[in-house]
Design a protein around this ligand. Structure first.
Ligand SMILES: [Zn+2]
Length: 235
C-alpha cells in the first residue's frame, strides 16, 4: 500500500523513496555538485579581484580521501563566468572519472598538495602581486611575512609576530617534475600555508573550502602590501 501511495504523490517524493533513485545519487556525485557550486562562486569572486584573469588559476576540493578524488576546474575556462557544470571529478592519477572536459594542466600539483598536507581544498591564483614578488625575491628562495596583523587570518597563527615563510619554486611546464618539487617543499617546510611559483602565482590550501579561500585573501593582501609599500618607499 505504501508503494502505491508514494507513486501517486508528486514526482520528487517518489524519487526520494525509490530504491532506483538512491543508486543514482552516489555520495561522490553529490559532493562534486556541492564542491563545484562553492568553487564556482569562489572563482568568480577571485576573478572580480583580478587574481585569476584570462583563463588563469584553478581550484579544487577533495570529495573523497580513500580513494583520493578531487573536484577540479576543467581547463581553459574564463574564471569570471564559472559554472558548477565546468568542474570534473578526477582520481589520484588525474584521470577524469566524472564530468566533461580535461582537468587543468596543473592538476598534478593539486594532487601533490592534497596528498601531502591533508588539505580539503587547494586554490591557485595568478595575481599581479604574486607575479612581481616571486620574481623579485626568487634569489632568496622565498618571502618572509612578519609583523602584520593580517597574518592571524592564517590557520593556527595567533600573533602578528608570527613569521610566515612563503617558498618560491622555479616555474616549469613539466608538471610531473614540478609536482615532485612541490611534494619535496611541503615535506621540507612543514607548517607553511602556501608557496609561490616564480613569475606565475600562488598556491594555498585549507582544511576546507572556506579556510582555503581565507588563506588566498590573507596572502594576496600581504603580498599587495609588500609591493605597494616597496613602491611607496622608493617613490
Ligand atoms: Zn597557474
Amino acid at each position: 500500500m505504501l508503494i502505491v501511495a508514494i507513486k501517486k504523490t508528486k514526482r520528487g517524493i517518489k524519487r526520494r523513496n525509490s530504491p532506483k533513485a538512491k543508486t543514482r545519487l552516489s555520495p561522490n556525485g553529490t559532493r562534486l555538485a556541492e564542491a563545484a557550486a562553492c568553487l564556482a562562486e569562489i572563482g568568480k569572486g577571485f576573478h572580480a579581484r583580478g587574481w585569476v584573469l584570462g583563463t588563469s588559476g584553478n581550484f579544487s576540493a577533495v570529495i573523497s580521501r580513500e580513494p583520493l578524488r578531487l573536484a577540479i576546474t576543467s581547463t581553459g575556462l574564463d574564471k569570471g563566468s564559472l559554472t558548477p557544470a565546468q568542474f570534473l571529478e578526477m582520481d589520484e592519477a588525474a584521470n577524469v572519472v566524472r564530468g566533461d572536459g580535461r582537468p587543468s594542466a596543473e592538476a598534478l600539483l593539486h594532487l601533490a598538495i592534497a596528498g601531502r598536507v591533508d588539505a580539503g581544498a587547494v586554490l591557485h591564483t595568478h595575481s599581479v602581486w604574486s607575479t612581481v614578488l616571486s620574481g623579485s625575491h626568487a634569489s632568496q628562495g622565498g618571502i618572509a611575512l612578519e609583523g602584520y596583523e593580517m597574518l592571524k587570518g592564517l590557520e593556527g597563527v595567533r600573533t602578528h609576530k608570527h613569521r610566515e615563510w612563503l617558498p618560491i619554486l622555479e616555474n616549469s611546464q613539466d608538471m610531473v617534475e614540478l609536482g615532485e618539487r612541490v611534494s619535496k617543499t611541503l615535506r621540507d617546510s612543514p607548517g607553511i600555508h602556501g608557496f609561490l611559483l616564480r613569475e606565475h602565482g600562488l598556491y594555498t590550501w585549507g582544511a576546507g573550502l572556506q579556510e582555503a579561500k581565507r588563506h588566498v585573501e590573507i596572502l594576496e593582501f600581504l603580498m599587495e602590501v609588500l609591493v605597494r609599500s616597496g613602491a611607496a618607499q622608493s617613490a
